[in-house]
Design a protein around this ligand. Structure first.
Ligand code: SAH
Length: 214
């Protein structure tokens, strides 16, 4: 029997803390969310490793460190409405739901959306809404958002997402070419957006209008 809780704590202690993730709420959320349930059974023993994992449909669940960095950059305190583009397995949405008031998550592949929705319900998350949609257009009806996170790589920051960000809101997105990007943090201010490049990264492509062609 694998002790997943121990693996999870080791993931935080060996991968997240030494590389500079500090926010105590982010660290404790990642000690709680059962990452192994978000991958296929054959991958569960590897779920807490220092790498991304395949989740089907050619998509991937990001490396734990990447989830930690992106989550920390949103600076969530608990009262926020957060939009995620790229639900995938639902893992990142679960981490966000531990830290924000409500998470709205959009995924373009219906099979992934359905699987994530079912699992998140089973785990008891009542503050996550998911839908099948082209997320480069955001989820206008539920906005504006305090935080927006895009977990797929984009050629540029989709304009509709900036429009759906509150003043003072944070947006985190990998921007660049199809096979390598720069993780980028954007803050919306009354004077315009402030964009800060963080570090290089590799994500699957954001597909659709305001993203890449198929
Ligand atoms: N956050 C996910 C990782 C997702 S991988 C997790 O925790 O598991 C990126 C996801 O973005 C893929 O599932 C892909 O289908 C999705 N995606 C790509 N383009 C999209 C778009 N325009 N709208 C919504 N989802 C998109």
């Amino acid at each position: 029997m694998i002790d997943f809780e121990e693996l999870r704590n080791r993931m935080v202690d060996e991968q997240l803390i030494p590389r500079g993730i500090k926010a105590p709420r982010v660290l404790s959320a990642m000690r709680r969310v059962p990452r192994h349930l978000f991958v296929g059974e054959e991958l569960q023993s590897q779920a807490y490793g220092d790498y991304a994992l395949p989740i089907g449909e050619g998509q991937t669940l990001s490396q734990p460190y990447m989830v930690g960095v992106m989550t920390e950059a949103l600076e969530l305190q608990g009262h926020e409405r957060v939009l995620e583009i790229g639900t995938g397995s639902g893992y990142q949405a679960a981490v966000l739901a531990e830290l924000a008031w409500h998470v709205y998550s959009v995924e373009r592949i219906a099979t992934l959306t359905m699987r994530a929705k079912r699992l998140l319900e089973e785990l008891g998350y009542i503050n996550i809404s998911v839908k099948v949609f082209n997320g480069t257009l955001g989820w206008k009806e539920e906005g504006p958002y305090d935080g927006i996170i895009i977990t797929a790589g984009a050629p540029e920051i989709p304009a509709p997402l900036i429009e759906q960000l509150k003043e003072g809101g944070r947006l985190i997105i990998p921007v660049g070419d199809r096979y390598s990007q720069i993780l980028t943090r954007v803050v919306r201010t009354p004077e315009g957006v402030i964009t800060t490049p963080l570090f290089p990264c590799i994500f699957v492509p954001l597909i659709g209008e305001h993203g890449w062609e198929r």
